[in-house]
Write a protein that binds this ligand. Structure first.
Ligand SMILES: [Zn+2]
Length: 207
């Protein structure tokens, strides 16, 4: 046990727990929290008390439990869908403060909207949680480096595993661009011994 725990605040905890319930159902959510030995959290959720801070250990435990419950491949697919479901709830919670819902943002040219939106999303995590995101711009790609990542916290895996982040980014870009699909791939992961969890986003949408 480390002296200082890292956290997502309760507003983000609520988003994740409610998105999980949307995708897994009440019983599925409960099964995953139990499997991750988060019985106190399960009790809160059963009382509809979703406003819970989530430690990085808890978030990583949830990711790992999804893979044990649904199998490695299925679990990552479910995590991706949970990440997507987090976006709309996050927009309601943080959208106004970060300018996502301003008409001015909606009217920016597509490429500017993409870059402004990604950097606002990164600063949301940097400001409100212990997760650290750094953006790197390349000619064709935007690299989203998660330098301190709750999803794979203290895990060791043989392939990148932070699908909840991929799903959230995918849905964010879809919404910001007014319905365009971007190609995203997690190309490095702290759990594989890399220096960051890196999601590579092609700047040019597929459609
Ligand atoms: Zn990670």
């Amino acid at each position: 046990m480390t002296a200082t725990q890292l956290y997502y605040p309760d507003r983000m905890g609520k988003i994740i727990l409610q998105a999980m319930e949307e995708i897994l159902g009440r019983n599925g959510l409960s099964a995953i929290l139990n499997l991750a030995s988060l019985t106190d959290l399960n009790h809160c959720v059963s009382q509809q008390e979703y406003n819970q801070p989530l430690s990085f250990q808890a978030i990583s435990g949830i990711h790992s439990a999804l893979e044990r419950f649904y199998g490695p491949h299925g679990g990552r697919g479910v995590a991706l869908r949970i990440g997507r479901a987090c976006f709309e709830r996050g927009l309601r919670e943080f959208g106004d403060a970060y300018g996502f819902t301003d008409l001015a943002f909606r009217l920016l040219p597509l490429q500017t909207r993409f870059e402004t939106g990604a950097s606002a999303l990164a600063s949301l995590f940097n400001k409100h949680s212990d997760q650290r995101v750094r953006l790197q711009h390349e000619e064709k790609f935007l690299l989203w480096h998660i330098e301190r990542c709750p999803l794979c916290w203290e895990r060791s895996t043989d392939s990148p595993t932070c699908q909840m982040a991929v799903g959230l980014l995918q849905e964010s870009l879809y919404w910001m661009s007014g319905g365009k699909i971007y190609h995203l791939e997690e190309i490095a992961c702290l759990a594989c011994g890399d220096s960051a969890c890196t999601i590579r986003i092609e700047k040019m949408p597929l459609s």
